[in-house]
Design a protein around this ligand. Structure first.
Ligand SMILES: Nc1ncnc2c1ncn2[C@@H]1O[C@H](COP(=O)(O)OP(=O)(O)OP(=O)(O)O)[C@@H](O)[C@H]1O
Length: 256
């Protein structure tokens, strides 16, 4: 990833407080269009908190306060007139545990496009459902059982269903919070391959506990520690030649 790619998200001096407890301190970073950027760091260092800043999911947590600025395509995501539902369609999110709606496979995908008025006719909706499932690499496995419950799929299939559901509303950025941590190695590999394909069309920001995973699939990696962004660099450089001792200690397993 060259730094000449357009900036998709720009965070400046972002701090997050849960009540009186400050979880993030002055985080600034740019996320480039069509990159995969991974957040790593020990448990509780603030990776998920920072991820949630990018589509204002922290708004849903009581006592959580965010300061600083976050621009999406140069627009402030905290401006009062911004439609948060629209923001979360533009910046979609896939969670650690697959969480399909208790509805059919078809309805899981169709729900968002219907809500956002993206399909005028049933045929348009059918097209969105099919293309989203294809892009998530799930179509062939589910095309003959679209009316069956999404919750009846395997864990890995459910996670791809959730990715398809996110894609269905045409996001620009996909936030992934440890998307493989509940999956077995084969399902994990399928999702990793999928992420590699998805970056052609989307910008992907991913939290992972798994350093090998960050090394395999991300273009850049950000290392967080105790609420601070310690080092951000090209993934290869960060893992082979970290600039700071704290990063080196973490990636070599000296703590964490
Ligand atoms: N909903 C919440 N209410 C209060 N404190 C929270 C909440 N969510 C996170 N925190 C606190 O904020 C800090 C950062 O947590 P966060 O979940 O962002 O870290 P993380 O690096 O993603 O951790 P993990 O890898 O364990 O998921 C921690 O001290 C955590 O206890």
């Amino acid at each position: 990833m060259t730094n000449s790619a357009p900036i998709k998200i720009s965070a400046k001096d972002v701090a997050v407080f849960y009540g009186n407890n400050q979880a993030l301190h002055g985080i600034s970073m740019d996320v480039y269009q069509n990159e995969v950027i991974a957040f790593i760091g020990p448990s509780g260092c603030g990776k998920s908190t920072f991820l949630r800043c990018m589509n204002r999911m922290n708004d849903t947590i009581e006592h959580c306060r965010v300061t600083g600025s976050i621009l999406l395509d140069n627009q402030d995501i905290h401006q009062p007139e911004l439609d948060v539902v629209q923001l979360r369609a533009q910046v979609g999110m896939v969670f650690q545990k697959p969480n399909p709606f208790p509805k059919s496979i078809y309805e899981n995908i169709a729900y968002g496009p219907k809500l956002h008025g993206l399909a005028a006719r049933k045929a348009d909706l059918d097209d969105i459902v099919e293309s989203s499932l294809r892009r998530a690499g799930l179509w062939n496995e589910v095309k003959d059982r679209l009316d069956q419950p999404g919750t009846g799929l395997s864990g890995g299939q459910q996670q791809r269903l959730c990715i398809a559901r996110t894609i269905a509303v045409s996001p620009e950025v996909i936030l992934m919070d440890e998307p493989c941590s509940a999956l077995d190695p084969i399902a994990t590999l399928i999702i990793e391959e999928l992420i590699d394909e998805l970056k052609q069309n989307f910008t992907i920001v991913m939290v992972t506990h798994n350093m090998q995973q960050a090394a395999r699939i991300s273009d850049r990696t950000a290392f967080f520690h105790m609420g601070n962004l310690i080092e951000l660099g090209n993934t290869n450089d960060l893992f082979t030649n970290p600039k700071l001792k704290r990063t080196e200690d973490y990636i070599t397993g000296r703590y964490g």
